[in-house]
Write a protein that binds this ligand. Structure first.
Ligand SMILES: Cc1cc2nc3c(=O)[nH]c(=O)nc-3n(C[C@H](O)[C@H](O)[C@H](O)COP(=O)(O)OP(=O)(O)OC[C@H]3O[C@@H](n4cnc5c(N)ncnc54)[C@H](O)[C@@H]3O)c2cc1C
Length: 388
């Protein structure tokens, strides 16, 4: 028997949405791809599980088997008061539990031909001129290209020297069983609390038989997160001790120009820091980067290593302008949270445009025919920056 490591054109580390989408895209074009996941699947992932309708559209996949609720109503509160209910004519956010959603995407990749191995942790990555060697908890694997799809604390990013160049948010979340009354009350309604935390917010998302409740914001304000989470629970009539699960996790925000490609290596999803700074959502970035990486990774695996740079250019062209716009919008909302709440709760134009954004009929840059963008850039220049 040979002692040589198994060899694959592409090895993807991490079977979250970014890794699973990329594995599927590669497998459908006939590339031999190995998808390694340290947990046994399906695995729990701390996440609100809110999929904006535009993400579902982008995935182009029937998600009915894993959708727990389709949200068409949003309640906006300001510092846990002044609730205002807004209704849309169509679902805006589809709610999933991440164990089922991620496993669904991984099964699709496996059916397309990807080789999936769960319960296998990548412990070390060694770059050689003609290959990358992955030392895992179950032996060594050799690949022409390695993909870091291993989330916010990506080992691949760290070992490739690509882990700098990002800011960090932190989010805490609990999963609660929903008694019949709460289930009916929140069936297709989500809650967003604004103004309680600088650059952050709290949420309640319905999940059919349960509720996900969480808070998130910049790491800088981490000391305020737990007290805010508890205030939010009290306001909702929930007890922290009733949570079936409680956990926290980082949300990485890529800075402009930060490298996400290195020798025989690319990063996708959270590993690349592709979380929206305004909403704290990363599923769009995970899906889009998984899709955009497929062509360049396939070409690099076939010998054209320069193709990997095309992936970074595609991200900089197609995703980063949106994420950078989201940073500006966040800075503005942060300096006028009361007005932001009023606009969301009462402004017809603001609500109509939020709906268009969530369903994918528009994006930050094109909202209001581009006029919103001009307005918040102007405000960003004019509004005083709060002290501290
Ligand atoms: C509390 C919270 C709430 C959130 N709510 C939302 C929301 O409602 N909507 C939204 O769009 N986004 C939300 N996000 C963000 C979202 O969860 C992430 O952006 C998303 O999971 C990124 O997907 P990914 O595939 O890049 O990484 P992940 O989903 O983190 O997957 C990475 C995978 O890699 C595996 N892995 C890690 N290290 C190794 C290793 N060494 N070897 C093998 N495998 C490894 C992990 O086990 C994991 O399965 C939330 C985040 C948090 C923390």
């Amino acid at each position: 028997m040979s002692n040589l490591p198994e060899s694959f054109p592409v090895a993807i580390v991490g079977a979250g949405p970014a890794g699973a989408v990329l594995a599927y895209e590669l497998a459908t074009t006939g590339v031999r791809v190995l998808l390694l996941e340290k947990e046994r699947l399906p695995r729990y992932k701390p996440c609100g599980g809110g999929l904006q309708a535009r993400v579902v559209r982008r995935l182009g996949l029937d998600l009915q088997p894993v959708v727990r609720a389709a949200v068409d109503q949003l309640v906006f509160t300001y510092q846990l008061g002044r609730p205002v209910l807004r209704r849309a004519r169509q679902p805006l956010i589809f709610m999933v539990m991440r164990d089922a959603f991620d496993a669904y995407l991984v099964e699709r990749a496996a059916r397309a031909g990807a080789e999936v191995r769960d319960g296998v942790r990548v412990d070390r990555v060694d770059w050689q001129e003609h290959a990358v060697l992955l030392t895992t908890s179950r032996g060594t694997v050799r690949a022409a290209v390695v993909v870091g799809a291993d989330g916010a604390n990506s080992r691949v990013a760290r070992e490739a020297g690509l882990a700098n160049g990002r800011d960090l948010d932190l989010a805490l979340e609990g999963e609660f069983p929903a008694p019949a009354a709460a289930r009916a009350r929140w069936a297709t309604t989500a809650l967003l609390d604004l103004g309680s935390l600088p650059s952050g917010y709290g949420w309640l998302f319905p999940k059919g038989s349960g509720l996900s409740v969480g808070v998130g914001g910049p790491l800088l304000y981490r000391a305020q997160l737990r007290p805010y989470y508890e205030r939010l629970l009290r306001w909702l009539g929930l007890e922290a001790r009733d949570a079936e699960r409680f956990s926290g996790h980082h949300l990485p925000l890529r800075r402009p120009g930060a490298p996400i490609v290195a020798h025989r290596t690319v990063l996708v999803g959270d590993a690349a820091g592709l979380v929206d700074p305004f909403t704290g959502e990363g599923l769009l970035g995970a899906v889009v980067s998984g899709q955009l990486a497929a062509g360049p990774v396939a070409r690099a695996a076939a010998g054209d290593l320069a193709a990997l740079q095309e992936y970074q250019r595609a991200i900089d062209r197609e995703l980063m302008p949106e994420l950078l716009e989201a940073r500006v919008l966040l800075r503005v909302f942060d300096r006028m949270p009361r007005l932001a709440h009023w606009l969301m709760g009462n402004g017809q134009l603001a609500w109509r445009n939020l709906v268009r954004l969530l369903v994918g009929e528009s994006d930050y840059r094109r909202l209001g025919g581009g006029s919103f963008r001009l307005a918040w850039h102007l405000l960003d220049r004019l509004l005083p920056v709060p002290a501290g």
